[in-house]
Design a protein around this ligand. Structure first.
Ligand code: ASP
Length: 582
C-alpha cells in the first residue's frame, strides 16, 4: 500500500493515527533541528515535520537531502499543529515523520510549481506536465471533467446514445481546410481527419439511432487566430423527428442545468434574436448582451445636410457610451486612433457629447444643429452625460467596426461582468454567404442545412435572402455552439449542391454516399454542436480555452513539449509513397 490517505484528507479528528502518505515535495524549511516539508498531491498539501528530538537520525539525514519535486513516501503520526494555517483544509495538523523513502529524485524544476508561478507561458508549455501540477491548471482539468460528466449524464438521461464515429475519413472541399493522413496501403490516397462528425451523425439518424451525442475531437487546419486550437472538442448531437424548437429546448435545458450546477443560477427562458436583428443592433452575430450600447442607425437624421462623409455612406450608425461625455480631447482622440488601426479599419469617427445641461457639443457642429443632434441622441438612446460615437461607410464593414469598438468599450468600462451569464439564441441565419475570393456562394453553416420552406422560392432569384433553419447559442459574447435542421431528401440536397457551384458529378463523387442514404427513408432530423473547450472556459469565468486543454498547441499550432509537427525520415516517406522522386 503506497498510502493510507491522500495529501488533502487529514483533519484534527485524525490526530494520533499512524498514516502513510506519498507525493511531491513542494518546499522544505530546514531549521537544523527541525525540518518542515509541504507534501503535495492532486488532493492538497499536508505539512510534514521531522524533529531531531523525535525522528530517527537516518531519517533526519535523508530529510535534509530532499529537493523540490522529489517524490517521497512517508510514515508518521498525525499531530496537532502549534501554529495553524486556516488557508488550507489540512492546516490544523501536521505529520510527525518516522519513516521516509525517496521514490524518485527530481531536477530543479524550471519554474516554481505554485499558484503564482515565475514561469512564462513558453516554458510552462514546454514542461506542461509540471504546469499540470499547479492548482490553476489542475483545477481547470478537474472542472472540465465535471462539466463533461454532467453533459454525459444530462443527455444520457434524455435517451441520447453516445456513438463513436471514425477519425480517418474522406476530405471534402467545403468548410475549413482538412488535415490529411496518407494511406500506406493505398499509395497516393489520403484520409482526412474530421472537421466534425457531421455526415456520420446524419447517417446515424438514417440508421434509426434517433438521438445521438458524442464528446469528440474535431480537426480544422485553419490559419491560427488567437485562442484557436487545430484540434478541439465538441459536444456533438443529432436528433430525429424533431423541429428546431425541440432542439433549442433540449440544449437550452442542458445549458441551464450547467449554470445551475456550477453557478447556482436559475435562468428563465433564453432570449432569442434573429441574425438580422443581431447584426443591426450589435453589428455581430454573437452579441454580448450583458451590456447595452445598442446601435442606432442614423441615416435618416444625418443625410439631409452638407456633410459629404455621411451623405455618401451606405450606413451611418452610432452608439451611446454611458457617462463618457466628460472624456477629454485626448481620450477621444485615442478612441479615434483605436478605430483607425488596421485591425479595425475605420477611416474616422464623429462624436457628440451630451452635456449635463441638455445641450450637445459635437465634432460636426458646423453641419448639424442642436435639433439634429437631439435626434441622434434619441436613436442611440443617449442620456445627458453620455458620449455618442458615430461611424459611417459600407454597411457590413461599418457594423463590424462599431461592434469591435463596442466590445472594447465594454471591456474598458468593466461592463462584461464575468459573474453574470447572459445566454442568447441567434436564429434564422442566412443559408448562403457570398465569398469574394472564390466569387461564389458558400453555405453559411454547412451544405446540409435546410433552407426555410417559405424562402425556398428565393433560391434562384435572390439566394442571399434565403434564411436557414440554423441557430447559434451565444453566451457572454462567445459562440458556444450552433446547428441546424438538415436537408433529408435527395432532391433538395442536390439543389443545394447546385447552388454551391457543384456539378452533378462533383456532388455525386463527394457526397454520393449521403445522397444515396437519403433515398432509403431518411427521417427528418437536425442537431447541433457545442464547443466544449470554450464552454468550460466560460463556465469558469474565463475566455482562454488553452488553459482548459491538458496538452494544447501554441499560437503557431505547435506542440512545443513533444516538438510536433516534425519531419519524418526518408524511409517513412517512401513507405507512404510521399518521397519526392529525383
Ligand atoms: N457540425 C456542425 C459544426 O461542427 C454543427 C452542427 O451543425 O451540428 O459546426
Amino acid at each position: 500500500m503506497y498510502r493510507s490517505h491522500n495529501c488533502g484528507e487529514l483533519r484534527i479528528a485524525n490526530t494520533n493515527t499512524t498514516v502513510t502518505l506519498a507525493g511531491w515535495v513542494q518546499k522544505s524549511r530546514d531549521k537544523g533541528f527541525m525540518i518542515w516539508v509541504d507534501l503535495r498531491d492532486r488532493y492538497g498539501i499536508t505539512q510534514l515535520i521531522f524533529d531531531e528530538a523525535r525522528t530517527d537520525v537516518s531519517v533526519m539525514e535523508a530529510a535534509k537531502s530532499l529537493g523540490r519535486e522529489f517524490v517521497i513516501q512517508i510514515k508518521g503520526t498525525v499531530i496537532e499543529r502549534e501554529s495553524k494555517n486556516n488557508n488550507i483544509p489540512t492546516g490544523a495538523i501536521e505529520v510527525l515523520v518516522s519513516e521516509l523513502s525517496i521514490l524518485n529524485e527530481s531536477q530543479l524544476p524550471p519554474f516554481t510549481i505554485e499558484d503564482n508561478t515565475d514561469g512564462g507561458e513558453d516554458i510552462r508549455m514546454k514542461y506542461r506536465y509540471l504546469d499540470i501540477r499547479r492548482n490553476p491548471v489542475k483545477n481547470s482539468l478537474l472542472f472540465r471533467h465535471k462539466v463533461t460528466q454532467e453533459v454525459r449524464n444530462y443527455l444520457s438521461n434524455l435517451d441520447f446514445c453516445e456513438v463513436e464515429t471514425p477519425y480517418l475519413i474522406k476530405s471534402t472541399p467545403e468548410g475549413a481546410r482538412d488535415f490529411v493522413v496518407p494511406s500506406r496501403m493505398n499509395p497516393g490516397q489520403f484520409y482526412a481527419l474530421p472537421q466534425s462528425p457531421q455526415q456520420f451523425k446524419q447517417l446515424l439518424m438514417v440508421g434509426g439511432m434517433d438521438k445521438y451525442f458524442q464528446i469528440v475531437k474535431c480537426f480544422r487546419d485553419e490559419d491560427l487566430r488567437a485562442d484557436r486550437q487545430p484540434e478541439f472538442t465538441q459536444i456533438d448531437c443529432e436528433m430525429s423527428f424533431i423541429d428546431q424548437e425541440d432542439i433549442l429546448q433540449v440544449f437550452e435545458g442542458l445549458t441551464r442545468s450547467l449554470l445551475k450546477k456550477f453557478h447556482n443560477l436559475e435562468l428563465g427562458n433564453f432570449p432569442r434574436m434573429t441574425f438580422d436583428e443581431a447584426m443591426r443592433t450589435y453589428g455581430n452575430d454573437k452579441p454580448d448582451i450583458r451590456f447595452g450600447m445598442k446601435f442606432g442607425e442614423l441615416n435618416a437624421v444625418t443625410q439631409h445636410k452638407d456633410f459629404a462623409v455621411f451623405n455618401n455612406a451606405e450606413l451611418v450608425v452610432g452608439i451611446a457610451v454611458p457617462e463618457a461625455a466628460s472624456y477629454t480631447r485626448k481620450q477621444i482622440d485615442e478612441l479615434i486612433e483605436w478605430v483607425k488601426r488596421p485591425q479595425v479599419g475605420a477611416s474616422g469617427m464623429v462624436y457628440v457629447k451630451c452635456e449635463s445641461d441638455g445641450s450637445y457639443k459635437s465634432s460636426v457642429d458646423k453641419f448639424y444643429d442642436q435639433t439634429d443632434l437631439a435626434q441622434w441622441a434619441e436613436l442611440t438612446g443617449a442620456k445627458a452625460g453620455d458620449l455618442i460615437l458615430v461611424l459611417s461607410g459600407p454597411a457590413s464593414k461599418t457594423r463590424a467596426q462599431l461592434s469591435a469598438l463596442r466590445m472594447e468599450l465594454g471591456n474598458r468600462l468593466g461592463l462584461r461582468n464575468p459573474e453574470e451569464f447572459a445566454p442568447l439564441w441567434v436564429v434564422d441565419f442566412p443559408l448562403l454567404e457570398w465569398d469574394e475570393d472564390s466569387a461564389r456562394f458558400h453555405a453559411m453553416h454547412h451544405p446540409f442545412t435546410a433552407p426555410k420552406k417559405e424562402d425556398m422560392h428565393l433560391l434562384d432569384t435572390d439566394p442571399a435572402k434565403v434564411r436557414a433553419n440554423a441557430y447559434d447559442l451565444v453566451l457572454n459574447g462567445n459562440e458556444i455552439g450552433g446547428g441546424s435542421i438538415r436537408i433529408h431528401d435527395k432532391e433538395t440536397q442536390a439543389l443545394m449542391f447546385k447552388h454551391l457551384g457543384f456539378t452533378n458529378e462533383q456532388a455525386q463523387e463527394q457526397f454520393g454516399f449521403l445522397m444515396n442514404a437519403f433515398t432509403y427513408g431518411a427521417p427528418p432530423h437536425g442537431g447541433l454542436a457545442f464547443g466544449l473547450d470554450r464552454l468550460v472556459a466560460i463556465l469558469s469565468g474565463q475566455e482562454t480555452i488553452r488553459d482548459f486543454i491538458a496538452f494544447p498547441k501554441n499560437n503557431a499550432g505547435r506542440d512545443v513539449m513533444i516538438d510536433a509537427p516534425a519531419t519524418i525520415d526518408r524511409a517513412q516517406l517512401d513507405e507512404l509513397s510521399l518521397a519526392v522522386k529525383v
